[in-house]
Design a protein around this ligand. Structure first.
Ligand SMILES: Nc1ncnc2c1ncn2[C@@H]1O[C@H](COP(=O)(O)OP(=O)(O)OP(=O)(O)O)[C@@H](O)[C@H]1O
Ligand SMILES: [Mg+2]
Length: 260
């Protein structure tokens, strides 16, 4: 296994505000991590560091063996697949679904600049097929439902064959069927040895796909618990992370949580 992420004594401040404090975290290539924590805990900020979109104020972040601040982050960005609401907002309305996926090959949104090779087109079509979106390839992205958009975005994030895949709330806004379909697709991805390392941010233990191996719990910019999934997703740790009593139930490899 190779280390794809390494955070050591990482702090991130905005003005006087500490947003992340003393984060020590390591992700190996075969691992699939879920990141949980309340609103404002620092999850998205953590993904911005992990995808080389920000630098730490203090400490060291290594992404795919490169230390942030010491290397060309543009190159790193094509090696990390990312989906987030912020990236989705930058997709031009009239871009076709196929182009949304395909343009990732050049780290750009919008088809105005690049010449595409046939091989890119067939890879984009394969990814659309893998996420059940083949019939939508010619549609404008803006005409898709939220669930359809999420699946296209994950296809886009995988287009460059990244060594690390980061998903910030991929199931947000999905209905029950949409969520379950997405979780099934993510479970398949997680179970495939050829898949990259995965870090997925979510608000709900119900959204942890099968096959995920590790969890990181954040509260107010600090790590509450991190490690193998079953040792980390516990009532005690969630109670600490959310600052309220949490009752947790496990059933057939999935969890539910409510106020305890
Ligand atoms: N550029 C910034 N300037 C100042 N404060 C910021 C900035 N970016 C984030 N923050 C603050 O840092 C904290 C963590 O934000 P972040 O978006 O990482 O939280 P999150 O865990 O992803 O929350 P959510 O679950 O709501 O998405 C928040 O209090 C936020 O207001
Ligand atoms: Mg967030």
């Amino acid at each position: 296994m190779t280390e794809v992420l390494s955070f050591s004594g990482v702090q991130l401040r905005r003005g006087d505000n500490p947003i992340l404090r003393d984060i020590n975290w390591s992700v190996d290539s075969a691992e699939r991590w879920v990141v949980l924590g309340p609103n404002g805990a620092g999850k998205t900020t953590l993904t911005n560091l992990a995808s080389a979109r920000m630098h730490p104020t203090e400490g060291t972040v290594m992404v795919l063996g490169e230390t942030l601040g010491h290397s060309d982050t543009q190159d790193l960005r094509t090696r990390v697949g990312l989906t987030s609401a912020a990236l989705a907002d930058r997709i031009p309305d009239d871009e076709t679904v196929r182009d949304v996926v395909m343009t990732a090959a050049y780290g750009v949104t919008g088809r105005w600049r690049e010449e595409y090779e046939h091989i890119d087109e067939s890879r984009a079509d394969d990814l659309l097929a893998a996420f059940g979106m083949s019939d939508f390839a010619e549609r404008a992205f803006w005409t898709l439902s939220e669930g359809e958009r999420k699946r296209v975005q994950i296809g886009r994030a995988l287009m460059t064959d990244p060594e690390l895949l980061i998903l910030d709330e991929p199931a947000a806004g999905l209905d029950l069927a949409g969520r379950e379909e997405l979780l099934a697709a993510l479970a398949e991805l997680a179970g495939d040895r050829r898949s990259p390392a995965i870090v997925m941010v979510t608000h709900h233990v119900e959204e942890i796909p099968e096959g995920f191996t590790h969890a990181l719990l954040l509260r107010e910019g600090e790590v509450v618990a991190a490690g193998p999934l079953h040792a980390t997703i516990t009532s005690a740790n969630l109670t600490q992370a959310y600052g309220m009593p949490v009752a947790l139930h496990a059933h057939q490899g999935r969890w539910t949580a409510r106020k305890g």
